[in-house]
Design a binder for this molecule. Sequence first.
Ligand code: PGA
Length: 257
Amino acid sequence: MPLISGNWKMNLSHAEAVQAVKKLGILLEGMKSELTKPEIRRLEAVEISIHPTFVALRSVQSVVEAESIPVMLGAQNCHWEDSGAFTGEVSPIMLSKLNVRYVIVGHSERRRIMGESDEMINTKLKAVFRCGMIPILCVGEDLDQRENNETESLLAYQVKAAVDGVSPDNLSKLVIAYEPVWAIGTGISATLDQAQQGCQAVHSLVGSSARVLYGGSVNADNASQLVRCDGIDGLLVGGASLNPDSFADIVKQSVIS
Ligand code: PGA
C-alpha cells in the first residue's frame, strides 16, 4: 500500500494544525467527485500520514478521530526510553497512547542539527517497533557524497547501522525514506532516475516488503511521476504538506490516471 506522509517540521501551532487537518479532510472527501471509479479505489488504497509537532498531536488526534478523517497520525521523533529523567523528550509509549502509527526516525535535520548518531537512531527505531508503531527511517547523501560517488555506500552504511538487531518480521514492516540532503527544502528535487536509483538501492538492502519513500522537494508537479517509478512506494513531503491544498493535490496527482 503506497504511503504519502506530510512532515510538518517545526511549523503550525496546535490551532493552525487543527485547521489544516480539518481542511485536508474536506479536500480528500471532495476530491472523490472529480475522480473516476478506479482512481477512487486507488485513493482508498493510499495511506496518508501527517506528522505535526508534539504540542499539536493530541488536538490533531481528537479531530481526526471525531471527524473520521482518513489520515494516520505520525510523529517527527521520539526518545528510546519509555519514561525517566530525560528533560524535554517524548517517549514512544506516550506516542502510541495517542494512536500514533508512524514515527520519523533519523531525519537529516536531526542527524545534522541535533547531532543524532547512527547508534541513537538504531535504538529509537527499535523502541518505535517495541511500542507497536512503525518507524519511517530517513537516509540520504549530501552533495559532497553524491559528487564523490559515495551515495550507494553511504545508504548501505546508514541502513545497516539503523536496522542492526531488528527482526526480519519488523524489517518487512519498516518504512525507509530516501531523502537526498541536497534536495530537502531546496526546491531542487532529485531527477526520476536519481530518486529511483536511491530507492532501489535501499530496497536491495532491506528486501521488497519494506516500503521505500522518496523525499526532497516533492510537489504537485513532480509527485505523479515519482510515485509511478518502480521501487518508489510513496512520498515524504515537507514544505508542500503544510498547505492542505497542495498536500491534497499531491495525493490527487498520485492516484489519477
Ligand atoms: P521538503 O522536505 O519536501 O520541504 O524538501 C522533505 C523532508 O524533509 O522530509
